[in-house]
Design a protein around this ligand. Structure first.
Ligand code: PLP
Length: 341
């Protein structure tokens, strides 16, 4: 097996760590150059870049996992490539070809292999592809030049002491408009979420719950993660809306709930005043994997799902199945895993 750098693998968090090499490609005169792996982690861009003023940028997030046999797994990287292309179309940015996206991710992971947390530590290599509009352009129009880059950094297990539920509070703010950019993975949605997130944390909640921006009656997102609930009659339900970011983790759980756990699954409205139908609830995404939702504060009402201290049995089974697939311990559905070689 390859050597690893000297890090305290069991105590990694989610903080930036500069690794050896990153991929970078420039778009100019209507085309992407061939791209390169470089050491420099500092970007120099024009002061009139559209990314700086008008938020013309998007990003992705996925992980590479070290398996027991020493090989390296990428989880559904083709889905991240496709989603980034959709984000680009929404913000009038040139798509980075999906096959080239996958190849570039593999190249960066391979080039930083010594930063991959060893199997069994619960850690993984977080991969952050992003695109920014550069060049100079003060008028409000799409840039003519772009940078696409991918960096990686080792991250720790989200839950050190096992799957612990946390509590959330319903926000009065929206993170995105009904048919705005909610479904695109763009920085502007995150800028809009900083204040609501801060207010939730000041009140000792993990993060806030966003309701649908049209009627403010239905759950949409849990911070920067998708929501799912397990009903008392064992159905897997997750909200559907044009302002939700389509989480790859969420769609993976939806598939696993149906095909591996034999549950009925559906995307449907989740009314915040009808949470009694659920036996369990969770938040899901690449960073948080599955984060059990203990309770939700909505105005004066505090609703507890399974428990504020224990993870529910279905959430636990979904977690074990998903993480088992990611680390190569459980057989993956066709096409979900690509090896980095
Ligand atoms: C990235 C993201 C998610 C999670 O998506 P995954 O593909 O599962 O990582 C959920 N909500 C928001 C707002 C996101 O940006």
């Amino acid at each position: 097996m390859t050597n690893t750098v000297n890090l305290d693998w069991n105590n990694l968090g989610f903080d930036y760590i500069k690794t050896d090499l990153r991929f970078i490609s420039y778009y100019k005169d209507g085309q992407w150059d061939e791209g390169a792996l470089i050491e420099d982690n500092v970007l120099k861009v024009d002061e009139a870049a559209t990314a700086l003023h008008y938020g013309q940028q998007c990003f992705e997030g996925l992980k590479a996992y070290r398996c027991k046999d020493g090989s390296i797994n990428l989880f559904r990287v083709d889905q991240n490539a496709a989603r980034m292309a959709r984000s680009c179309r929404r913000l009038l940015m040139p798509e980075f070809p999906e096959e080239r996206f996958v190849e570039a991710v593999k190249k960066v992971v391979k080039a930083n292999e010594q930063w991959l947390p060893p199997y069994g530590t619960g850690g993984s290599l977080y991969i952050r592809p992003f695109m920014i509009g550069v060049g100079n352009n003060v008028a409000v129009r799409p840039a003519t030049e772009y940078i696409f880059s991918i960096f990686v950094m080792p991250v720790g297990a989200y839950f050190k002491g096992g799957l612990t539920p946390t509590n959330f509070i319903v926000s009065e703010y929206d993170r995105a408009a009904h048919v705005g950019t909610g479904a695109a993975k763009v920085g502007g949605n995150y800028a809009a979420s900083l204040l609501p997130g801060k207010e939730a944390k000041e009140r000792h909640f993990s993060d806030c719950i966003y309701l649908d921006p049209l009627t403010h009656t239905k759950i949409e997102e849990v911070g920067a993660a998708n929501f799912f609930g397990i009903t008392k009659d064992n159905q897997f339900i997750t909200p559907y809306s044009p302002s939700i970011l389509p989480s790859i983790t969420k769609y993976s759980l939806l598939w696993l709930a149906e095909h591996r756990l034999g549950m009925t699954v559906k995307e449907a409205d989740v009314y915040v005043d009808q949470l009694d139908i659920f036996a369990e609830a969770g938040a899901c995404g690449t960073a948080a994997v599955i984060s059990p939702v203990g309770g939700i504060q909505n105005g004066d009402d505090f609703h507890v799902f399974y428990s504020e201290t224990e993870v529910g049995p279905v959430t636990r089974r979904l977690y074990d199945e998903l993480v088992g697939i990611q680390y190569g311990d459980v057989e993956a559905p066709e096409g979900w895993i690509q090896k980095v070689e």
